[in-house]
Design a protein around this ligand. Structure first.
Ligand SMILES: CC(C)(COP(=O)(O)OP(=O)(O)OC[C@H]1O[C@@H](n2cnc3c(N)ncnc32)[C@H](O)[C@@H]1OP(=O)(O)O)[C@@H](O)C(=O)NCCC(=O)NCCSC(=O)CCC(=O)O
Length: 551
């Protein structure tokens, strides 16, 4: 017998795992157990209602997954359009039922792939899609009036995909799919004031929603993009509070432009996360739907039930995943996905286990789809609507999350959302949250396996995703050639119209679509908007505008 095994067997008492925390992951204190006295005695119909009825606490539809299975998603994006196309085909072959495309950080920032400062970054961590032609190549043969494509970037996805549809000779009102017009989220959790100034970002969001609901009512708007807000540093209640602050301000401005809430809200969908505290996340989804329904009805005077019935698109939490022993992430994501389904989401992406390592491998993507298939077919996640409804604990947590969210929303709205973003109040709130979590990890109150406890011994280097850059290099050459071969007069006129409409304070989304139809690039279109708002053409101050707007 070795000294080491003697030590281990001699210290079994010390090895016993003791509960380190009685609060939920989001910080709500919990009791030893729950009973009838812990839930308020408000009327069932008023507070819960049957699934598919106001206030939709128990689900958006009466039969939920029995009458329509959730959409099984997995996000794909790397390299050139051809590369991402290959990845999408593999996801669909595994059984995915939705197409989710993530663009590279350059496209997200509206930076073109020939920008002199960023060449090596083209196509890393997402697909490079600088023109409508690139989207057309990626989705060759995909009918945008029949197949639901979901786009993971803010300002430009809608006008670019709309331009592809128009270029293909299709009417805009038949366009289907979803984008995330939430630019304030880009300011807060993405690129900051330098790239997306708060006021311009908010106006662009409002413009895009106004244009989309009037011209392509079948297009879904993932607004708020609360996933990234939450990942930046918020509790579940904070996700509801800040997301609702975004929604309230956006709806108020759209109403001021003459729209009625019932023209807007049915097109909106909440983009959410599902983190590791199973019960708290189930409660979050339930509280969220109730919060939304009552806000639409009481604050905005909605009459259409579709305005009050919130749809939720959920991705499990990337932040909850751990680099060490990455296979443990399969356990995490399965539980997070199950929470989202018990919470009644309409579509789900289960993160791949290797996300902390890098761009997912094809094998990891396949496993992520298989997890959803196991949840749908073996676990019973699809069988019954709101399976945890009536649990004293879950009902009490639902109430607690809702109450905390209300208090936080009041605080934000007292300051005013745009002021609270531009003066740093919201960022401070998120930083404070993250600091608190770090302290709890450091103190050992909050335990993450392989994060701050139960560290693995030496482990083999994880397998990393790699791909050939030949397509990306050809893609950049193709982009440069397009700039030389397009109809220069049409291109120039289109960008000048974008600029002049934006400068006059009008809604530039229609002209932006026209510019993309005229083969303008993402950098050129957003650059024209920036110049119209008195900003530099290139946020990195390297490039001059390629045309004179004054002529
Ligand atoms: C927004 C939604 C959920 C909308 O879903 P759908 O397109 O299916 O539309 P829908 O209106 O909900 O449903 C279509 C029709 O089916 C009906 N229907 C739906 N569910 C039903 C049910 N259970 N029973 C009976 N009928 C049902 C509806 O009433 C509607 O009918 P009618 O037609 O008769 O009205 C979807 O587009 C979506 O999942 N988008 C993806 C969003 C996303 O993932 N974005 C990227 C997030 S990016 C992110 O999270 C960050 C993570 C990262 O970047 O890594």
């Amino acid at each position: 017998m070795t000294d080491q095994s003697e030590n281990i067997f001699g210290n079994l008492e010390e090895l016993e795992v003791k509960l380190s925390r009685t609060k939920s992951w989001g910080g709500i204190e919990t009791e030893n157990s729950y009973g009838p006295a812990d839930t308020s005695d408000a009327d069932y119909a008023e507070k819960l209602g049957d699934p598919g009825t106001f206030p939709f606490t128990r689900g958006a539809y009466p039969k939920m997954y029995r009458s329509r299975m959730w959409t099984l998603r997995n996000i794909v994006g790397y390299g050139a359009p051809e590369d991402t196309r290959d990845g999408l085909e593999k996801v669909l072959a595994s059984g995915g039922t939705g197409i989710n495309i993530v663009v590279d950080p350059l496209t997200t920032q509206s930076i073109d792939p020939d920008h002199p400062s960023f060449g090596p970054e083209v196509g890393l961590e997402g697909c490079s899609l600088p023109t409508a032609n690139d989207i057309d190549r990626l989705l060759d043969g995909v009918d945008l009036s029949k197949i639901d494509t979901a786009w993971h970037w803010a300002a430009m996805a809608y006008p670019m995909v709309a331009a592809v549809h128009v270029k293909r000779g299709q009417p805009l009102e038949t366009l289907q799919g979803s984008s995330m017009p939430d630019m304030l989220q880009e300011t807060l959790s993405g690129w900051g004031e330098r790239l997306v100034p708060t006021v311009l970002g908010h106006k662009t969001t409002v413009d895009e929603i106004e244009y989309s609901v009037q011209n392509s009512p079948r297009w879904a708007l993932g607004m708020p993009q609360a996933y990234d807000l939450r990942e930046r540093g918020l509790t579940p209640a904070g996700e509801i509070a800040l997301g609702m602050a975004f929604i309230n301000k956006t709806l108020e401005d759209l109403v001021e432009r003459g729209l009625h809430v019932d023209q807007i809200a049915p097109s909106l969908a909440w983009v959410s996360t599902s983190d590791i505290d199973f019960f708290e996340e189930v409660a979050k989804f339930r509280a969220l739907r109730r919060f939304w329904a009552t806000t639409m009805k009481d604050r905005f005077g909605a009459q259409d039930v579709r305005s009050m019935r919130l749809r939720v698109a959920c991705h499990t939490s990337g932040k909850s995943l751990v680099y060490k022993q990455p296979l443990n992430n399969l356990t995490r994501t399965a539980i997070e996905g199950f929470a989202a389904l018990c919470g009644g989401v309409q579509s789900l992406e289960v993160c791949t286990f290797d996300e902390p390592v890098g761009v997912p491998t094809h094998e990891a993507r396949d496993l992520a789809i298989r997890q959803q298939q196991i949840l749908a077919n073996e676990v019973g996640a699809a069988r019954v609507a709101d399976p945890l409804g009536g649990s004293w604990y879950v009902e009490a947590l639902t109430d607690a999350v809702e109450t905390e969210a209300k208090a936080m929303l009041d605080q934000i709205e007292k300051i005013g959302l745009l002021k609270a973003i531009s003066d740093g109040t919201i960022e401070q709130m998120m930083d404070d949250h993250n600091l608190k979590i770090q302290r709890e990890l450091d103190d050992g109150e909050r335990i993450v396996v392989g994060g701050n406890r139960f560290m693995p011994e030496e482990e083999p280097a994880p397998q990393r995703f790699t791909f050939d850059r030949t397509n990306t290099e050809n893609h950049i050459r193709r982009f440069i050639a397009l700039k030389g071969s397009r109809d220069q007069d049409r291109w120039r006129d289109a960008l000048r119209t974008v600029h002049s409409v934006a400068k006059s304070g009008g809604n530039p989304i229609g002209p932006m679509i026209d510019a993309f139809v005229a083969d303008a690039s993402v950098g050129e279109v957003w650059g024209s908007i920036r110049v119209a708002h008195g900003l530099s053409y290139d946020p990195y101050d390297t490039l001059e505008a390629p045309l004179d707007y004054a002529d």
